[in-house]
Design a protein around this ligand. Sequence first.
Ligand SMILES: [Fe+2]
Length: 308
Amino acid sequence: MKKGVMRPGHVQLRVLDMEEAVKHYRDLMGLIEMHTDASGRVYLKGWTEVDKYSVVLREADSAGMDFMGFKVVDEATLDSLRQELIDFGGLDVQDIPAGDLDGCGRRVRFTAPTGHVFELFATKEQTGKYGVGHHNPEAWPRDLKGMKATRFDHCLLYGDDLDTTYRLFTEVLGFCLAEQVVDPEGNRVAQFLTASMKAHDVAFIKHGEKNKLHHASFFLETWNDVLLAGDLISMTNTSIDIGPTRHGLTHGQTIYFFDPSGNRNEVFAGGDYHYPDHPPVTWDADKLGKAIFYHDRVLNERFLTVLT
Ligand SMILES: [Fe+2]
């Protein structure tokens, strides 16, 4: 958190059918439905999250990610980072007024060189941990559904200009490179970036097209929860990508599946941690299969090509 960026704050996803999407994110993944705004967007959160929401669903004609937002420590930090984003050059920095997302303060939006839209904000309504609060809290709320996802954790994004995006996230926003995949010529083809102790808050994989979403990921408490998520995926006939398995990168225990609009989701448990003095973990590109799927050691075609 060298520059005051704390954590992923929210992701806005495009979905084709809101009713189907809410069933998926609320009833299957176990997010808490918090709010619907005047334009019909639905706001949800993982039960351990203190802010009012972290996932915003917007009905649209195509699936994908509208934007991902990071929360910074305070309004003064938002001002200083806004200026640094402008000074970086070429980012199309925009000011989004408070209230554009219900309950959220002003946001500073920019388009990264990979084509993805990000934003920073400092203020969002806080409703506390769902069902338990923060005063003598019980261990967990007893009315959780489905996979009981605890929090929105990270996005994996595909795009073209990883090098400039790396400079942006490390030099301006203060992220650390936790893990990377490097090709034989020494070029970074995947970069896992963290603003905290987590293995990643956002990750990028090199790809010919700009602005593609690979997955939005949510944290579960245990490996057994990942197994139960797999059971629920079968019980509900939900489209599965792979898993349960383990990643080589980050060593998280994972399962990938798709929402009804084709957006890939991940739920995962475990994983490594990162401190700013840790050297980045490096995987060679010829070990990419093992880096992604530690047990199979081969990539499935969908991992590389099914994007929204
Ligand atoms: Fe992930």
